[in-house]
Design a binder for this molecule. Sequence first.
Ligand code: GDP
Length: 531
Amino acid sequence: MSSMTEFADTVSRRRTFAIIAHPDAGKTTLTEKLLLFGGAIQLAGAVKARGDARRARSDWMKVEKERGISVTVSVMTFDYENRTFNLLDTPGHEDFSEDTYRTLTAVDSAVMVIDAAKGIEEQTRKLFEVCRLRNVPIITFINKMDREARDPFELLSQIEDELQLHVTPASWPIGMGPGFLGCYDLMKDRLVLMPKSRSSLAGETTTCDGLDDPKIDQLLPSHAAAELREQVEMARGLMPEFDLEMYREGHLTPVYFGSAVNSFGVRELLDGLAELAPPPRPQPAVGRNIDPLEDKVSGFVFKIQANMDPKHRDRIAFFRLASGHFKRGMKLKHVRTDKQVNLHNPLLFLAQDREIAEEAVAGDIIGIPNHGNLRIGDALTEGEPIQFTGIPSFAPEMLQRVRPEDPMKAKHLGAALIQLAEEGAARVFKPNLDSGWIVGVVGVLQFDVLADRIRTEYGIPVKFEQTQYITARWIESDDPVLLKKFRDANGSTLAEDHDGDPVFLARNNWHLDTAIEQNPKLRFLKTKEKL
Ligand code: GDP
């Protein structure tokens, strides 16, 4: 990249996004098809092969294998229509962990996949709420139209009512189930019909001169053509026109209908992402937002993946660039510790192209191998002490006591737990009046993953046991005397997290509510936002 305009152009062509969906809605199928259209199927293969090698070496991945779920988050990059897409995978199982949430802090937009027969499901709703916190723009893909589906109007009004989003159909389905013929692309005025065989990639496309075009009557049975015209007219009367600004502010979602397994509707979705989805957005930080076109490199760690090889305490920090033009070999300032980090060996997920692989811009993700010095939320910059905001850690909803099977290993366990907490794999609390440790997670599966990791990575077999606590709150006050008074009076239900910050452990809702009521000058925080 030689000039400023070239740099700006490169940044403007990045699309960094995630797919949010309830399990089984078709996220994996859609991902595959996106990679296929993006011509990155070789890369997809490479990602898989790398995954397999990793799995063979790493014991803790057994949990993932046994349960048939993906616990890890990976990055997939592909090109399409002169855009570079970074697709960040979010684990889709019901028991998702904080990784899922945090991944959503590193994207600029999301695709929400909905099963046409089921409508919005629990997990979709939860993930959507996280997107809403940051006004992440959402494109909706209603999948499985080749099956018996709900009425399109019903699906659209469910999105409108339950998610409080304006809805604009971007395509309109023609029939459903075995009678699903295709869609009319309302953005580009073209009729796209289902391919005759599964092996052909794109649907057969005919550009039309609006819905009155007689071509439609030649291509569709007369009742289907009439129904299409009638329904689109009704939809246009009921729903607002597409508005780019509203979409980009997270208030409106364009909706595509399709069938991922038949590759149908995927190209239209990709066109939508290419044309509508935002390029890298400014990242919120203390004092100001960081603009992607600033010339100095900055970014933040949103995920840590540890022990890809259990023999080495290696960790990979997933780093999202917020600004600047990164080049391999750069030295960056680690803001939290004020030390230099040398980026000799950044793992580049942009592996297709050598030239791109040597450099990265805002929106790109690089993997930084390290030995535990990088933590979630950490910023790396070319000097400025930037502190990114909005990378949350969550109130643990499940708390269990962890004990080593061999009591002699208690000290060892403490060290392992602190490392895991620093990595963001769990919350770890040291109760004030107790020699043990309490671990807090947001999904029960995390306990299994942790037990497995502590055993394989640190050689300490452990047991998790029930506690009398239901949740934890970080406590803060502007008045240190009040805070100390509270801590002294509530010793038995207080703990410290791995950073030494005070935490209130609640035995039940009443216990929590009473504490909040009786201490109006204290803040009981569900999340500890990394600042
Ligand atoms: P995920 O759990 O969201 O990743 O869902 P998958 O992509 O694994 O899909 C779940 C199931 O739905 C699989 O059996 C897919 O073959 C199937 N599936 C995905 N897309 C479609 C579709 O468009 N039509 C039909 N009939 N089945 C689909």
